[in-house]
Design a binder for this molecule. Sequence first.
Ligand code: HEC
Length: 264
Amino acid sequence: MKFLFIAFFLLLSNSISSAIGAPCGDYGECDSFKPQLNNMESMQLGALTFINHCYGCHSLKYSRWGRISKDLDIPEEIFTNNLVFGKNVKLGDRMTGSMQPNVSETWFGIAPPDLTLVTRLHGSDWVYTYLRTFYEDSSKPYGVNNMVYPGAAMPNVLASMQGQQILSCKDVPIIASNGGVRRDELGNNITEEKCGYLKTIKGSGSMSVEEFDEAIFNLVNFMTYVGEPSRADRERMGWYVILFFIVFTAFAYLLFREYQKDYH
Ligand code: HEC
């Protein structure tokens, strides 16, 4: 009885959380993202994608050019020639973006937000999923919509890499009330058509699905770094702090034992 009660409660809480406030909107659960903040190559590639495809609209105004070049091990000369965007920009300048907010507002109806802290605001999982879930929707001004952020005013700027992504339908097995797959008399699974699945049309973009996922991984890895540039340092230092505590505890214990001797 008790078990049933708990099971019922779990089911209920599950259906509630998926009905309201699903973390990634129409997509449901976000795809998980584990940053690799010591993977310099990944973050360098991500920075390149960001400057080429995002910086035209979005600033990273709490970050400075020079800090990125230093943290990501990119020699200053290569960095200045290939990444720094805009004339007369010095390495000590903040990355304030190249668009005037009032201009972009008339273009998109809303100024593209600064992205320095976006991975901390929504979480890297959210951003990783958001960038991969644009799909064609002719009812929208840019012909695209987004599953994570329905009605987003951002065009699908990476469409040439990803290719055409559409919502499609597929046959899925019907699950019976006992949790198993429902079958007909001959033992075949009974299926029903469900829609709302993302599908990329093969060959329509310059990258395969795996290559695109990797490019977005690198991009979001870089954006996670930008959101907290000292995180890799902090995590590395954390280990030393814990090691120190262990060593310190050992010495404190030895001292305690020394003092104990006086009482006996
Ligand atoms: C053509 C201009 C443009 C480009 C280029 C662009 N974006 Fe956007 N982006 C927008 C606009 C406009 C919004 C605001 C959407 C809204 O709120 O409806 C936005 C919103 C976002 C958001 C959601 C922010 C939030 O807090 O809601 C993220 C994340 C984002 N963009 C990431 C990117 C990345 C990463 C790139 C590069 C691959 C990029 N954008 C390129 C215009 C652009």
